[in-house]
Design a protein around this ligand. Sequence first.
Ligand code: PLP
Length: 419
Amino acid sequence: MPDWLTLSYTCPIEITHGEGRRVWDAEGLRYLDFYGGILTTMTAHALPEVTAAVAGQAARVLHTSTLYLNRRMVELAERVAALSGIPDARVFFTTSGTEANDAALLLATAHRGSHQVLAMRNSYHGRSFSTVSVTGNSAWSPTSYSPFQTLYVHGGTRCRGPFAAMSDAEFIRACIADLEDVLGQAHGRVAALIAEPVQGVGGFTSPPDGLYAAFRRVLDRHGILWISDEVQTGWGRTGDHFWGWQAHGEAGPPDALTFAKGIGNGMSVGGVVARAEVMNSLGAHSISTFGGSPVTMAAALANLTYLLEHDLQGNARRVGGLLIQRLRAVTAGVPAVREVRGRGLMIGIEFAGADGAPWPRAAELAMEHTREEGLLVGRGGREGHVLRIAPPLTLTVAEAEEGAELLATAVRRTQAVLE
Ligand code: PLP
């Protein structure tokens, strides 16, 4: 794991408290939070509804385990299943995105009786043995050993290489040809394709709408399951859609989707939703001791209710659309900024040198400068050359404009240092 992913700043910030879209550090400095922890503060810091739900549940019972009926877990499972779009859906709760993907991979490989898995280049799916084994960048994986035979395919990003100059339709055709070619070389049955609808750690890059619909047609011919990793893209963050897979509408719902990060607004909630037929492959003895604990379920229920009642998906679309335009405007003419891209409140600013090569040093400096300006952002991209912006979904227009100005100053300062 490269340092830039784990330690964002040269001197770590100690956050002591937060409110809304603001946080304060131990020295009393205030920041506008454009990263929400790491997409974990989905609605807002110290949202009273979530705080009250956690405190209320904590005062009754913190934890019971799946040996007992847990009403909060059942309620959340029913709501998530209904929202997932997956027919006859079942939910299994975990405490992280890694475990959610691990469970989905376990399901798919058991269901299909195969340990061959398709994954995307430049993908990120977590830190366990199974999930690093489907993560498409060796920098994010400490081992080349794998419980799977992983077959990597193109499609998640086309920033560089032979795909860069293609139209959307050409790109989709090329990716399908690549997929067919890879399948042609597989040893018989393939269990599943696991893919992020928008690559998160990979630098907020989206394939063209419709790519997964085209993939789906090929996968269906082979009976291969589709797992959509919605750990970053779920719950309306991408603005136009509640789930990332819906940008490929024609594809229909995936066979399984995984979620985590924002649903608990900072509490450890993850999970997998799958068709009952697939979920049943897990067997009756599958228990996660802490997955679905009442206090985390109470937080997630309150958070989800707030999100839906306040149409935060609509807010992500409106404010995200405005923010991306403002960011493009304020960074136009800054040579080190190659591209501002994104969907909803998931926006990447990519830095590149004059030759178009990724420029991680520029992103590193920009990150320090944003901090000095009082703005928190994240980093990503294969080389760490992309600033990632993913604020809580309650971001206001005034805060979006304020943040864009702070970013503009930070980026201009960065450019001046680089010259
Ligand atoms: N999947 C995606 C798309 C992610 O971005 C991440 C984390 O960044 C994970 C899975 C792993 O989630 P966690 O860190 O909660 O284990």
